[in-house]
Write a protein that binds this ligand. Structure first.
Ligand code: BGC
Length: 741
């Protein structure tokens, strides 16, 4: 029998049939070819729960989908810094998808959070490419282990929503490679996703849906991607150009118009049948690899998934401040304030929106545990203006309570897929409420619900701050697990919380131009910027408190042939069991290029009983010591010194040691007539050649660089070294010896 994914099968197909295959049949399915018995494959959002549209729903009925568990959004799950947890999330999503006969899950979204104003940050993992890549890989491995493919999105540099179909993300090559492509590269090479979804935007002027350099040269030729590339919904502007560039599936299809466009292009010679067949084959392979419609029906346990959603959310929430106010003290009276306790914001808007199975609100969970807790709404969610009656009632409840929880958050109406935010401020009525309540009660904890960073002008006035992001349908239980002390917080920020919007790295350029988004901050994004500029932040990348404390000791480095391993011990020095996230950063002292102060290179979670000590081992691979050199179109590692910084956050470094690399695979120092005398004299590799050519002696008088004259003369290139007595013969001999190295 002919396989449905090989060349002989393609040979049986007519041109219109082939043309039909490279466009979606509609918003969620690939084409069916009844004549040859080819079935369709279903694709469904999304990253934090299944959004399988009901069969009778209108395509535009964005939220009319089957019931599914709403898991925490990626902004929260990334804060777990937990590969295993993300892998389990992937398994749960994959299982649900398989049972619902979905072949490909449209997620995860792994773009970086360049600006905190970007509308879709809640759906993305981090400002750091290493963390985003690790989280994404673990998630993808989990989904695909269930026999369901993923579509990793949005490839690439999709960091803003305004004018998302047309604007161009403009940046230099190092920034593209070292930041915005890194997570995709990791997932492609490590987890082999079934598909990638190209983003709406352009990069440096070329729309990603027809960007051959991105979709073929980099993705397939460099990284070895073997899967299919589909478009984001409506991202194709020129289908012929898209196929030629390496895009295989236009989503959604435009019906007969899509087919006719391709048939006409082939007939007119504008599109070669060879290029078309290449994409057809990839579509056929996808359908044959991931067609669960033919499988027998199974069931999955929504309650079990709800419990997992609760555990994942609890393990990911980030305790930002705690002046001995949490866990809440038992037996003392509690006032719960804020409408978000009753009507929580637990998921984002747009294509990731899930028709949740069972939402448990914080108020439900609190009342279950403490029936006497008093509740006041404090503000109105559908307004930003203070409601005096609600405010007064909240203040009076707070006056009478021993401890107060205020549920605050960023409004859903201002944060969604499809548009960017214009402010990081909470609504005025919520800030006013926090001010009023803290004036009458000293024991206030603010519990935040938001998709991305918010400003906290009241941070000094409260005793506790718990960041819960968009926690999924088990929001209430997970929040209470932390507040009550049943779960010891272990989440760490996957993004920096700035003090002011104006402090953020892309503040000067973000959304300034409708056509071009200029990444002028380059490599200095997220903590890489705040570190370098020494801009104070509210809460740094990697930060998060626990109900216990940890001590770090005994750092030892082991330099391998293409990696460095850091080993250290961590001790739980407090009274309760807890989980620490040990973070390893590398500070490159060797390469003479623009570079951040440090970059995350690995992390590990370790759970410890009180008094317990464990050894943690972190391997830092060669990429952690490399930079992308556009001149050689490749990654380069330089020999020399690298500080290995071990911290509990990007700004709380506990241990430090230096690794001096001397790897044969490292770049050879380039010495030419344009090299400066001072640089050449400092090169260990140049010493023998300097001596043999007599230049050591010639330059001896300047070598110490102590006087200003000496410093001036060291800053002369070899080609002008006759000014300090070097002869042509010496220089020629020196360069010949150096090139023989
Ligand atoms: C979004 C994608 C999503 C697709 C299908 C697009 O608008 O950008 O993330 O997967 O719609 O819903």
């Amino acid at each position: 029998m002919t396989k449905q994914n090989d060349q002989s099968f393609i040979d049986q197909l007519t041109l219109p049939e082939k043309a039909a295959l490279v466009s979606g049949k509609d918003a969620w399915y690939t084409a069916t070819l009844e004549r040859v018995g080819l079935k369709r494959l279903m694709m469904t959002d999304g990253p934090s729960g299944l959004r399988k549209q009901n069969t009778n729903a209108a395509v535009t009925g964005i939220n009319d989908s089957v019931t599914a568990v709403s898991f925490p959004s990626s902004a929260l799950t990334a804060s777990s810094f937990d590969r295993d947890a993300l892998n389990q999330l992937g398994h749960h999503l994959g299982k649900a998808a398989r049972v619902e006969k979905v072949g490909v899950l449209l997620g995860p979204g792994i773009n970086l959070k360049r600006s905190p104003l970007a509308g879709r940050n809640f759906e993305y993992f981090s400002e750091d490419p290493y963390l985003a890549g690790e989280m994404a890989s673990a998630y993808v491995d989990g989904v695909q282990a269930e026999g369901v493919g993923v579509s990793v999105k949005h490839f690439a540099a999709n960091n803003r929503e305004n004018q998302r179909f047309t604007m161009s993300s403009d940046m230099d090559e190092r920034t593209l490679r070292e930041l915005y492509l890194t997570a995709f590269e990791k997932v492609v090479k490590h987890s082999h996703p079934a598909t990638l979804m190209c983003s709406y935007n352009a990069i440096n002027g070329t729309l990603n849906s027809q960007n051959k350099r991105l979709l073929t040269d980099i993705l397939r030729d460099e990284w070895g991607f073997k899967g299919l590339v589909m478009s984001d919904w409506g991202a194709v502007a020129d289908h012929t150009a898209a196929i030629q560039a390496g895009l295989d599936l236009e989503m959604p299809g435009k019906g007969p118009a899509s087919t006719q466009e391709i048939v006409d292009a082939v007939n007119a010679g504008a599109l070669s049948e060879h290029d078309l067949n290449r994409s057809v084959l990839r579509v056929l392979k996808l359908v044959s690899d991931y067609r669960p419609e033919s499988e027998t029906v199974e069931k999955y346990d929504l309650d079990e998934q709800h419990q997992f959603a609760r555990k994942l959310a609890g393990e990911s929430m980030v305790l930002l401040k705690n002046e001995n106010v949490l866990p809440l003290k038992q037996g003392r009276s509690l006032a719960v304030i804020g409408e978000l306790a009753e009507h929580p914001r637990y998921q984002g808007g747009g294509s990731s929106h899930v028709n949740a199975y069972q939402v448990v609100t914080p108020l439900d969970a609190i009342h279950k545990a403490d029936a006497k807790a008093v509740y006041e709404a404090g503000y109105q969610l559908d307004s930003e203006t203070a409601d005096q009656k609600r405010l007064d009632a909240a203040v009076s409840a707070a006056k009478q309570a021993d401890q107060v929880l205020i549920f605050a958050g960023y409004p859903a109406s201002r944060e969604s897929e499809g548009f960017d935010k214009t402010s990081l401020a909470l609504p005025n009525n919520q800030n006013a409420l926090i001010d009023a309540v803290t004036a009458v009660n000293d024991h206030v904890t603010v519990v935040l619900q938001n998709g991305s960073v918010v400003l906290m002008p009241w941070a000094d006035k409260v005793q506790g701050i718990l960041e819960t992001y968009l926690a999924g349908e088990a929001v209430g239980e997970a929040t209470w697990d932390i507040l009550s002390g049943d779960v010891n917080p272990a989440g760490r920020l996957a993004e920096t919380f700035p003090i002011r919007l104006a402090d953020t790295p892309s503040y000067l350029t973000f959304n300034a131009d409708p056509d071009h988004e200029n990444y002028r901050e380059g490599l200095f994004m997220g903590y890489r910027y705040y570190d370098k500029k020494q801009v104070p932040v509210a809460f740094p990348f990697g930060f998060g408190l626990s109900y216990t404390t940890f001590k770090y000791a005994n750092l030892q480095l082991n330099i391998g042939s293409d990696s460095v391993t850091a080993q250290l011990s961590v001790t739980n020095t407090g009274n309760v069991a807890g989980t620490e996230t040990v973070q390893a950063y590398v500070a490159n002292k060797a390469s003479r290029i623009e570079k951040p102060v440090k970059a995350l290179a690995n992390f590990a979670k370790v759970t410890l009983q009180p008094g317990e000590t464990k050894t943690v081992s972190l391997t830092l691979n060669q990429r952690a010591f490399s930079w992308y050199n556009p001149e050689i179109s490749d990654w380069q590692v330089d020999n020399g010194e690298y500080d290995i910084l071990i911290g509990t956050s990007s700004q709380d470094i506990r241990l430090q040691a230096t690794a001096t690399l001397d790897w044969p695979q490292a770049a050879k120092p380039k010495v030419t007539l344009n090299s400066y005398i001072g640089d050449v004299l400092a090169l260990p590799e140049a010493q023998a050649a300097l001596k043999a050519s007599g230049l050591t002696e010639t330059f001896a008088a300047l070598a110490s660089g102590e006087t200003t004259d000496q410093q001036m003369l060291l800053n002369i290139p070899l080609r002008s070294a006759n000014m300090v007595g070097a002869t042509q013969e010496q220089l020629t001999q020196f360069l010949t010896l150096m090139h023989e190295l």
